[in-house]
Design a protein. Structure first.
Ligand SMILES: NC(=O)C1=CN([C@@H]2O[C@H](COP(=O)(O)OP(=O)(O)OC[C@H]3O[C@@H](n4cnc5c(N)ncnc54)[C@H](OP(=O)(O)O)[C@@H]3O)[C@@H](O)[C@H]2O)C=CC1
Ligand SMILES: CC(=O)C(=O)O
Ligand SMILES: [Mg+2]
Length: 762
């Protein structure tokens, strides 16, 4: 992607559909007058008075306990410097987003217009009653040190300057692991620290706490090496002043084992790297651009262990891995501080986690084949689902043991369950899907590429590396539209099935088609005419191996596209029924709904087949299927044939697939509410389990339900995903959005990867 496109993409992301990245969502009912009289006056007065009696009740009756303030004055925003409070807001909102998606913590971002230490402290103290914790962000040194110190002393809620301690925790964990890989001892290594600001000073203090020796450390600021004989050094800098008679980074780097950059971009040269000791460790953590670019660094020294603060290279050493989980642990025990014991516990938990076998889900999420503890994997990845279950308990335990926890955790197993439960609401399934597609992109025919939105989706698919688009349609229109949206056509195949240029291909496809059907009344002429039809041509491309997957249906009603696909592509071996499922990214986690598009009134046997196909699809998305077979009645309470049909399907499934977690017939609310199910039907195979797949008894109920969820909750939906076809062919909903089409393209690619595996293993 060009620099211009990246810039445009970033601006559109922040501007559309609503400006900014976060909003406030009510958590209580507000539908009726009664609800409102509880939410506000007069009902609201009751909790007010309870809190007046005892301030601790604020944790019981308000959102305080899960609310963190991300506060900045914009004086050291990433590595962009002093850009002011307004300009820091996108970063602070971004931190809010990360707090929410990684640890389910709510955030108000607060940008304060003052550089005066006292006035900043007073502002934070005055608003502190609102919050359960304070995350100070991007405030420059030395002011940041005084601000944090004072707020910690004067407030009884956890206060952490993330650039100091978040960064210190993550980089210490990464450093301990990198040293282990390089077989070096922290007590012996020579360390160069570029930067002497908030992040650098705190990181270096923590390395010292883990054994690094002051005499082995050289620190630099904007004026060069911090030497003991330099005039008017701040106390923080003085702690790291060296007695060595050197002035420059070049001199400092000679024979150094470790370089830690918390300063500005591009100050380290290949020459400097070459002068470092054997097996050097380089953490170039300035954001967004590191002290030395990743590829330049690793191509300069093969024995390098390299990390940056960025997500687009291996070893992202960035405080994102820390602050959500550290605050989660601190809030959950109502810690009054984030102390050294808690920080050390977080370091150890992170460092240990990197050495454990990486779950397949993480490999998929990062498009890796096998992440393993080693030079390119020294620290866990932010999307590792184990982080939420490992780091907050370690922090919480340390808080309890060090006596700063006001509300200790008694049942750790239950706490871990609660932590995992919190993470149901993020969209990790679509992320997983996209990343799995990227590992082995396939050729996808976009059969309606002369429509602007289809083309936009193809462009994203190409630029993101999800697949290799082949654009089918009127080539003149396609090319004009491509220009309009800045879609580079130099590496994209464009095919117009009606044009003379395709005579040869058309005739070859027609021949194959005719030979398979000449005893069914199809003439050569019919076949040639059909091949001018885009869907027939596209399907033949997939059949004949000229493409790996097909997407169509954006501009036509679903049944009119399904029919030719079934006729040309047909069903997979051993399958006598196709069906479609929709994956909904709901607030309780991923939910598969079937059959949303094909079978109008399936029989009991068909329902069982649909359940089995959906279970297979769920596994493809990394979801262990837990299936509710839906009806209007529960477990035999109605004798009507419609309920009996579902019951029969369940009996069949229990007999033929006893290992499958499936039960019914069930009403939707019982299927989705595990406590309700456990209480009323404890004998059910699903009692106490979280159902993630619903099989509906007929098309109208499944189709209506998924559309209802999608429209009312604005839930992302991936699908309809065709199941049971012989080739990866997927049919879009009429007028699907660009995002839906990109998701479907990823589904088509993953489907092609899977079908490819089956062919290979035959
Ligand atoms: N990866 C991560 O997780 C994190 C990365 N960072 C990055 O670290 C950097 C610093 O952030 P922070 O500590 O909050 O900011 P501060 O403003 O507190 O500190 C910046 C420091 O960089 C020094 N500096 C400036 N130019 C040079 C130079 N040419 N050579 C050496 N030092 C230089 C400054 O020197 P002086 O003291 O003379 O002004 C100052 O000490 C930023 O790029 C930020 O993005 C920060 C936090 C987390
Ligand atoms: C990551 C971060 O907090 C920073 O660069 O400032
Ligand atoms: Mg920061």
């Amino acid at each position: 992607m060009s620099k211009d496109s990246k810039r445009r993409e970033a601006l559109v992301y922040h501007a559309k559909p609503k400006p900014g990245k976060i909003e406030v969502v009510p958590t209580k009912k507000y539908a009726t007058q009664r609800d409102l009289s509880l939410a506000y006056s007069p009902g609201v007065a009751i909790p007010c008075l309870e809190i007046e009696k005892d301030k601790e009740n604020a944790y019981k009756y308000t959102a305080k306990g899960n609310l963190v303030a991300v506060i900045s004055n914009g004086t050291a925003v990433l590595g962009l410097g002093d850009i002011g409070p307004e300009a820091s807001k996108p970063v602070m909102e971004g931190k809010g987003l990360l707090f929410k998606i990684f640890a389910d913590i709510d955030v108000f971002d607060i940008e304060v217009d003052t550089k005066d230490v006292e006035s900043f402290i007073a502002t934070v103290k005055n608003i502190a009653p609102t919050f359960g914790g304070i995350n100070l962000e991007d405030i420059k040194a030395p002011e940041a040190f005084e601000i944090e110190k004072r707020l910690k002393e004067e407030l009884d809620i956890p206060v952490m300057h993330d650039d100091q301690h978040g960064t210190a925790i993550i980089s210490a964990a990464a450093l301990l692991n990198a040293l282990e890989i390089a077989k070096k001892k922290i007590e012996k290594v020579k360390i160069v620290i570029s930067g002497a600001g908030a992040a650098a000073v705190s990181c270096t203090k923590l390395y010292k706490a883990f054994g690094a020796k002051a005499e082995n450390i050289v620190m630099l600021d904007s004026k060069g090496v911090i030497r003991a004989d330099r005039a008017s050094l701040s106390v923080e800098k003085l702690e790291f002043a060296t007695k060595r008679k050197i002035d420059t980074l070049t001199e400092a780097m000679k024979d150094a084992d470790v370089f830690v950059g918390l300063s500005i971009a591009d100050i380290v040269t290949p020459g400097m790297l070459k002068s470092m000791a054997k097996r050097p460790i380089v953490f170039a953590m300035a954001n967004p651009d590191p002290e030395i670019e990743y590829n330049l660094a690793v191509s300069t020294r093969k024995d390098l262990i390299m990390a940056t603060g960025r997500s687009d290279h291996p070893n992202q050493v960035n405080n994102v891995l820390g602050f959500p989980f550290i605050f989660r642990g601190a809030l959950d025990v109502r810690a009054t501080k984030i102390n050294e014991a808690m920080k050390m516990a977080a370091v150890k938990a992170l460092a240990e986690l990197a050495k454990e076998p990486v779950p397949e889900q993480v490999n998929i999420a990062y498009g890796e084949t096998k992440l393993n503890f080693g030079p390119e994997y020294i620290i866990p990845k932010p999307f590792d689902p184990r982080l939420i279950a490992k780091v907050p308990p370690a922090v919480a335990k340390a808080a309890m043991e060090s006596g700063v926890a006001k509300s200790p955790i008694l049942d750790w197993e239950r706490y871990e369950d609660e932590l995992l439960e919190r993470m149901g609401s993020d969209n990790k399934v679509s992320r997983l899907l996209m990343n799995r597609a990227k590992t082995n992109p396939k050729r996808i025919v976009f059969a309606e590429a002369d429509h602007l939105d289809v083309l936009k989706a193809a462009q994203i698919v190409q630029e993101e590396g999800v697949g290799i688009p082949i654009l089918l349609g009127r080539s003149k229109v396609i090319k004009e539209l491509m220009q309009e949206i800045d879609f580079d056509d130099s590496h994209v195949t464009i095919i117009d099935p009606k044009s003379d240029d395709e005579d040869e291909k058309r005739s070859a496809y027609a021949d194959v088609y005719w030979k398979a059907r000449y005893r069914s009344g199809v003439t050569k002429y019919d076949a040639e005419k059909l091949m001018r039809e885009r869907n027939y041509f596209a399907a033949m491309m997939v059949n004949e191996g000229d493409a790996d997957a097909l997407l169509s249906g954006y501009s036509r009603a679903y049944p009119t596209v399904v029919k030719p696909m079934l006729e040309l592509i047909g069903m997979a071996k051993g399958i006598d029924r196709v069906a479609a499922t929709n994956l909904m990214n709901t607030s309780r986690g991923p939910l598969f709904i079937s059959d949303t598009s094909i079978n109008i009134d399936p029989s009991a046997k068909d329902l069982a087949k649909i359940a089995l196909m959906t279970a297979r699809t769920a596994r493809l998305f990394g979801v262990d299927p837990v299936i509710g077979m839906i009806s209007y009645a529960n477990f035999g309470s109605s004798k009507n044939e419609r309920a009996r049909k579902v019951k029969e399907a369940v009996t069949y499934l229990h007999r033929s697939h006893p290992e499958l977690k499936v039960d019914g017939e069930l009403q939707v609310d019982f299927a989705l509410n595990k406590e309700m199910l456990q209480n009323k039907f404890p004998f059910s195979k699903l009692a106490g389990k979280k159902v993630n797949t619903l099989i509906f008894p007929n098309l109208e109920s499944a189709n209506g339900t998924y559309k209802l969820i999608k429209e009312l909750n604005k839930t992302d939906s991936i699908g309809p995903i065709m199941m049971g076809m012989n080739k990866p062919v997927h049919i879009l909903q009429l007028g699907a959005s660009v995002e839906e089409m990109v998701n479907m393209a990823a589904v088509a690619v993953v489907d092609a990867q899977e079908k490819g595996k089956k062919v290979q293993s035959k």
